[in-house]
Design a binder for this molecule. Structure first.
Ligand code: FAD
Ligand code: NAD
Length: 465
């Protein structure tokens, strides 16, 4: 037998599964069809989008807020080509880092299209070179996802683009149309709005980031409106037509049509699992209606020894969820008893203010008819937020009405992405709101807002409001 584990796909699910398997003494290979390791997350997802979010936020701060705090700036301008080049450099260096980690753990890297020859053999077809077949005791499929589109929209990769195109434009659009007000829409909409583009968002449902607690979407929309973004919620897009350098979008709401024209249209209506050419059917794996590989509690597919993790299976399409699953499968193969707590996978939108959420939403608690208490605290009342001038947003804590156990935490505000970590830890240890309310938090910090929201949830005793 050649390998203990062959992983197909080098995204955060795949490369973490490979590393953990190697740490546990297994002989491991990883197969990646692109020359660059790291998958969607590193090449065209989390990392490049966060780079552009941070660069554009720095520019926006300098342009809009520096004068107000006594910093005079003259000659401020955006060198967009340099911004994109710097983003590319960050991606390249980070991808090289993964190559280094593979070497460090003696993981063989095979570049080429991977497919299942059978349950114990993976075929690797390089774009140039000879096909090889790797023999293995176990396979982990971590092939991720690709952007979805709509039947009436043709992605031309020039003017009608997905997130991949939007992360590599040659110019700041004059008017960017965005179909979909989910996480990609609000993040990339923020980037281009801050850099001076007019941004118009068309969303099918009646809220932005509609899967998160509705308070967050409402508050975020207010902040994005201040940036200048325009929203058409509750609209169904009926056509997107490119003519030369312009794109015209038509949509309707309750049979009333609307038309809007811009120079680029970003289609961000979700992603679909990527299983093309994997040979799943040949080995007896039938994907579900959404195209995902069905797996059991150990993330094993219908075929013994073939596991699947990350965006290609059920659950949130998030890098940290894929990573947890990668560790989980490796440890299971080594005979350990790992688990993933799917209730506590945090979700974050890296807008400004940031949005972060974990656990039950208020809507889900109502649907389950579970009695709960709410404690909220606005950043406006927080010393640290006032000192920094970042006063937008709030922390909302949902706790069980009878036991006081924290069931959900929803934050919009500065540094929410980092603040949510405390909530996840508290909930992992099944803390009550009272436990956090009685825990000393450093002053002045943003984390005090979580403590104050917990005080508010327990008998309405927030101290600073
Ligand atoms: P992927 O990262 O998609 O990796 C799969 C890999 O498999 C790819 O490299 C692909 O080339 C390879 N592959 C596919 N088929 C084959 C084959 N047959 N043979 C060989 N190789 C193959 N998530 C977050 O948690 N935080 C964020 O901030 C965030 N930002 C995002 C921003 C954008 C713009 C996008 C698009 C996504 C973002 N995501 C974010 C989602 C995140 O990127 C995905 O959830 C994550 O990458 C999934 O990891 P994965 O390992 O399952 O798959
Ligand atoms: P999404 O599911 O977050 O949002 C898609 C949005 O498009 C939804 O609000 C949906 O109602 C809307 N929509 C669907 N059909 C529509 C139509 N016909 N007209 C108008 N609107 C329509 O998907 P996304 O924003 O494309 O992101 C894809 C995935 O990538 C998500 O699962 C997300 O978790 C992940 N991602 C995560 C991050 C992060 O963690 N910060 C960032 C980017 C992407």
């Amino acid at each position: 037998m050649g390998y203990d584990v062959v992983v197909i796909g080098s995204g955060p699910g795949g490369y973490i599964a490979a590393i953990r398997s190697a740490q546990l003494g297994m002989k491991v290979a990883i197969v990646e069809r692109y020359p660059s390791l790291g998958g969607t997350c590193l090449n065209v997802g989390c990392i490049p989008s966060k780079a552009l979010l941070d660069y554009s936020e720095k520019y926006y701060e300098a342009e809009k807020h520096f004068a107000g705090i006594g910093i005079a700036v003259s000659g401020l301008q955006v060198d967009f080509a340099k911004m994109i080049a710097q983003k590319r450099k960050v991606v390249q260096v980070t991808s090289k880092g993964i190559g280094f980690l593979m070497k460090k753990h003696a993981i063989d890297v095979h570049h080429g299209h991977g497919s299942l020859h059978d349950a114990t053999h993976v075929r690797v077809e390089p774009t140039d070179g000879k096909t090889v077949v790797l023999e293995t005791r176990h396979v982990i499929v971590a092939t991720g996802s690709k952007p979805s589109s709509l039947p009436n929209i043709a992605i031309d990769k020039e003017r009608v683009i997905t997130s991949t195109g939007a992360l590599a434009l040659r110019e700041v659009p004059a008017h960017l149309l965005i179909v979909g007000g989910g996480i990609i829409g609000v993040e990339l909409g923020s980037v281009y709005s801050r850099l001076g583009a007019k941004v118009t968002m068309i969303e099918y449902l009646d809220a932005v980031i509609p899967t998160m607690d509705r308070t967050l979407g409402r508050e975020l929309q207010k902040s994005l409106k201040k940036l200048g973004m325009v929203f058409h919620l509750g609209h169904t897009v009926t056509a997107v037509q490119r003519t030369g350098a312009s794109v015209t979008l038509t949509a309707e709401k309750e049979r009333t049509p609307m038309t809007v024209t811009g120079d680029y249209c970003l289609v961000a209506v979700g992603r679909r699992p990527y299983t093309e050419g994997l040979g799943l059917a040949d080995v007896g794996i039938v994907v579900d209606r959404q195209g995902r590989i069905p797996v059991n509690d150990h993330l094993e597919s219908a075929v013994k020894g073939v596991y699947a993790i990350g965006d290609v299976i059920r659950g949130a399409m998030l890098a940290h969820k894929a990573e947890e699953e990668g560790v989980c499968v490796a440890e299971h193969l080594a005979g350990e008893k790992p688990h993933v707590n799917y209730r506590l996978i945090p979700s974050v939108a890296y807008t400004w203010p940031e949005v972060a959420s974990v656990g039950y939403t208020e809507e889900a608690l109502k649907a389950e008819e579970r009695p709960y208490k709410v404690g909220s605290f606005p950043f406006m009342a927080l010393g640290r937020a006032r000192a920094s001038g970042d006063v937008e947003g709030l922390v909302k804590v949902l706790a069980d009405h009878a036991t006081d156990e924290i069931l959900g935490v929803h934050i919009i505000g500065a540094r929410a992405a980092d603040l949510i970590g405390e909530a996840v830890v508290a909930m992992e240890f099944r803390a009550a709101a009272e436990d956090i309310a009685r825990t000393c938090h450093a002053h002045p910090t943003y984390s005090e807002a979580f403590k104050e929201a917990c005080l508010a949830a327990t008998a309405n005793r927030a101290l600073n409001i």
